[in-house]
Design a protein around this ligand. Structure first.
Ligand code: FAD
Length: 416
């Protein structure tokens, strides 16, 4: 069933009796050509592009919980491609271009809103770094705009420009950045994949990965054994646990990241704003809530909830640039499990077990990567060679010392 304005009117006039479930609930088949473990944004996008763009068949996505229950439905919804390093910028710009056509492509309203993102800077040195980053973005075909304090004052007059500690000296804007309704992305990809024949199997936890003579043969699950010719792992914060099933230790740690939403307010914030002297990012949802977040909690955990010290830290950062938010009440907060890699950049690569492929290490930036990650992982699975924009996301970069350390923080996951 295609969704359209015409369909909405027709259903409204005929008692809404014609709507069909967005995807089937099939029982698992004994064997598939491709089994994707993890029904988050990346796993579903991979299955969708495998079927749609690479013409592959007999594909299943196995999800231990429900579609949208992981980080894809827990993030602060920001999309952008404002990266500096060669390994990253072309990939994230590819992703942003896919976001721009996504709703038409999978025929689902994901509320892609290119409301723009502004990174504030607070020192002369930081201004130079942001100008350099803006130039790199332009050279890669992305958009970037330098904003003087005067321009910023006319666009975002409520910012605390004269803060004694962190004066706001300008910003780097990417007008094509913005937000997307996160759980709609999971639903849109799930529906699109289902329409291309992908079996989406919820409540199906992978508990083991079977191998024979150096190649995978299938997975043990809470719904029995499922054979597979190729397996793609896309389980984000559970990557370490999954790869431990084949005795692999990853250059990844799992950490908690929290998100916060205030009570609903009238429109006050037209775009996404990030603090340059601390970790804080904020936007306003269409329902009016201020949606914001900051740093990871800083200790290893698989819990999907965080602790109070980070709440204080995040709110302090917010107050430094936007004191008015001190008047708003916090409505709700939650946590997600982040797959923090050693250099803050992801991995999309084969493993040394024939037929086993890995996608992870997204840290807290994987939502914006969802379309490109799915496309590039599907490319790798179908053709056994990396997509041109993802050639740097290899396991062996850690062994070779070829870090993609966007933040320049060193090989320590809790600092990225
Ligand atoms: C609070 C927060 C804010 C964030 N903000 C942003 C942001 O603004 N912008 C941005 O770009 N990124 C952001 N991120 C990061 C982004 O959400 C993640 O990097 C991305 O969603 C991870 O990929 P995913 O969607 O596939 O993960 P998930 O949705 O977590 O998918 C993984 C799935 O694997 C399943 N799974 C795990 N183990 C198994 C198993 N054994 N068998 C079967 N299934 C299994 C899980 O149940 C889960 O559904 C944020 C994350 C959080 C938590």
């Amino acid at each position: 069933m295609r969704y359209s304005g015409f369909r909405v009117i027709k259903e409204a006039l005929t008692g809404h009796k014609g709507w069909k479930p967005a995807w089937r609930e099939p029982d698992p088949q004994p064997e598939y050509d491709y089994v994707i473990i993890g029904g988050g944004g990346h796993g579903l996008a991979t299955a969708y592009y495998l079927a749609k763009e690479f013409g592959q068949k007999r594909i299943a996505v196995l999800e231990k919980g429900w579609i949208g229950g992981g980080n894809v439905g827990r993030n602060t919804t920001i999309i952008r491609s404002n990266y500096l390093l060669d390994g990253n910028e072309p990939f994230y710009e590819f992703s942003l271009k896919l976001w721009e056509g996504l709703e038409q492509d999978f025929n689902f309203n994901a509320m892609v809103s290119q409301r723009g993102i502004v990174n504030l800077f607070h020192t002369d040195g930081q201004r130079d770094a942001y100008v350099r980053r803006g130039n790199v973005m332009l050279l890669n075909g992305a958009d970037a705009e330098y904003l003087s304090p005067e321009q910023l004052k006319s666009e975002l007059p409520f910012l605390n420009f004269d803060n004694a500690r962190f004066p706001i000296k300008g910003g780097l804007a990417q007008r094509r950045g913005g937000t997307v309704r996160h759980d709609a992305v999971a639903w849109g990809y799930a529906r699109g994949a289902d329409q291309h024949g992908v079996d989406i199997i919820q409540n199906c936890e992978v508990t083991g990965i079977r191998r024979q003579d150096g190649r995978i043969t299938g997975v043990d699950t809470s719904r029995g054994f499922i054979g597979a010719k190729k397996i793609g792992c896309a389980v984000a914060g559970n990557s370490g646990r999954l790869m431990a099933m084949v005795d692999k230790r990853l250059p990844i740690e799992s950490h908690v990241l929290q998100a916060f939403v205030s009570e609903g307010l009238k429109p006050v914030l037209p775009n996404v704003v990030t603090f340059g002297a601390g970790h804080f990012y904020i936007s306003q949802s269409d329902k009016g809530g201020l949606v914001f977040g900051g740093d990871i909690d800083g200790y290893n955990s698989y819990a999907q909830r965080g602790n109070l010290p980070v709440v204080e830290d995040v709110c302090e950062s917010g107050m430094a640039i936007m004191p008015m938010i001190g008047r708003a009440r916090l409505l709700r907060m939650w946590g997600g499990v982040m797959d923090m890699s050693m250099d803050g950049s992801p991995i999309i690569d084969r493993t040394d077990i024939y037929g086993l492929y890995f996608n992870g290490g997204w840290c807290y930036g994987g939502f914006k990567a969802t379309p490109a990650s799915g496309w590039c992982f599907a490319h790798l699975l179908a053709r056994d060679e990396p997509h041109a924009t993802a050639t740097a996301y290899r396991f062996d970069r850690f062994r070779k010392g070829l870090m993609i350390d966007e933040k320049g923080a060193g090989a320590q996951p809790n600092l990225h």
